[in-house]
Design a protein around this ligand. Structure first.
Ligand code: PLP
Length: 409
């Protein structure tokens, strides 16, 4: 394995060179919310608009063909990146949230009835809670939750008991955006299948940071967003096994998702177009493809190993600070997320004071309000790490927290 050259990687991210305010560089510790973009992605999108812009699939002219090739080429590379059996199984959506909603609107409304059980977990992002609340209100499905233990892990024994109730769907996050917990997705899926359930994995935080193989996991559905993995906003993916996707009714109606339209009827297109109504985010797909190329060239194993090193260092350093309480498991069970509280200081104040030194962390419930309630707190400050962060930046974060403590006496 070549050594991981973080300085070289940082050179690819122009934004990391800008000042947050005069004389203060940006220290970006908020990649869990969205990642920064390398010049390779920015240029690919620029080039697309400068050279190839046209609508896809419908034209025979050179630009339309070129745009279609770029759009579909990106899909091929994304399919390979997650080891999908075919690019037909990769549906472009707007983001993880829309991918989960697609399953809730199409698969779930065709397959679930009143009283059917959907299992979620207590550590879900609102994106994997609210679509199911909505279905519960509309259909009377039942929801239950795999509990989270004090140290931020899923209680798998409790999960096994829940499975005795024969759920129809188990939908869970592969990696928590608050605790950083990397859940044992393979085991959760195997147990769900043994109980006759379909699985949906929220991969918003896992695909950017881990090597994900949807076939090895045997996931039925897997959702993720480009913007958290060095790609642009406005595009995400729903992976689904083709047998499931083929059997599902379309979600949105309109152009591109049809094979034929009559005045009083239509025939849906084949996969993956069946779920892509209207002019899609073409430049964003091109950028997504470039992001996948970028991450693949570095290697997801190397990225994960580097992030592990930074996370371990960050947790050790943060633990040293009196009054800091960290949430989530130890570094060996989590990705690059450090959510914490500081005694006597509101998380928003922590974030605001850190910002004076250019340090970008997030404060709030991070769209995981029930999880915060479980831990009896309204909010946390959250620092998160990606391939471009350094130990020096962790040190600056820790120094910044000491400064906050001084200010609050
Ligand atoms: N799920 C998890 C675990 C997340 O962290 C996020 C975003 O932070 C989402 C879902 C929603 O992602 P998006 O806003 O890209 O739809």
């Amino acid at each position: 394995m070549n050594s991981f050259n973080v300085e070289q990687i940082r050179n690819d991210f122009p934004i990391l060179k800008r000042e947050a305010r005069q004389g203060v560089c940006v220290i970006y510790l908020d990649s869990t919310a969205t990642s920064q973009k390398p010049v390779q992605v920015i240029e690919a999108m620029n080039d697309y608009y400068r050279r190839s812009n046209a609508n896809i699939h419908r034209g025979v002219h050179t630009l339309a063909e070129e745009a279609t090739t770029l759009y579909e080429g990106a899909r091929e590379r994304i399919a390979k990146f997650i080891n999908a059996a075919s690019s037909r199984e990769v549906i472009y959506t707007r983001n993880t949230t829309e991918s989960i909603n697609l399953v809730a609107y199409s698969w779930a409304r065709a397959n679930l009835k009143a009283g059917d059980l959907v299992i979620l977990t207590e550590m879900e992002h609102h994106s994997n809670l609210v679509p199911w609340h909505m279905l519960q209100m509309e259909r009377g499905i039942e929801l239950d939750f795999i509990p989270v233990t004090e140290d931020g892990l899923l209680d798998l024994e409790a999960y096994k008991s829940l499975l005795d109730r024969r759920p129809k769907l188990v939908s869970f996050t592969h990696m928590s955006n608050v605790l950083g917990t990397i859940n044992p997705a393979d085991e959760i899926i195997r147990l769900a299948h043994d109980a006759g359930a379909i699985t949906l994995v929220d991969g918003a935080q896992s695909v950017p940071h881990l090597s994900v193989d949807v076939q090895a996991l045997d996931a039925d559905f897997y959702a993720f967003s480009a913007h958290k993995m060095c790609g642009p906003t406005g595009i995400g993916v729903l992976y689904g096994k083709s047998a499931l996707l083929d059997a599902m009714p379309p979600f949105l109606g309109g152009g591109d998702m049809i094979k034929e339209v009559k005045l009083r009827s239509f025939r849906a297109n084949s996969l993956p177009h069946k779920f892509e109504a209207g002019t899609p985010a073409i430049a964003e797909a091109v950028g997504f493809g470039a992001a996948v190329d970028y991450l693949s060239a570095i290697g997801m194993e190397r990225i994960a190993a580097y992030e592990h090193e930074i996370t371990e260092y960050a947790l050790d350093r943060l633990e040293e600070v009196p009054g800091v309480k960290l949430f989530g498991p130890s570094a060996d069970k989590k990705g690059g997320v450090a959510a914490f509280t500081l005694d006597g200081v509101h998380p928003h104040d922590v974030a605001q004071i850190l910002d004076q030194d250019g340090i970008a962390v997030r404060a709030g419930h991070h769209c995981a309000q029930p999880l915060h309630e479980k831990f009896g707190i309204p909010a946390t400050s959250r620092a998160s790490f990606y391939l471009y962060n350094t130990k020096d930046e962790v040190d600056m974060l820790v120094n910044g927290i000491y400064k906050v403590k001084e200010m609050f006496g």
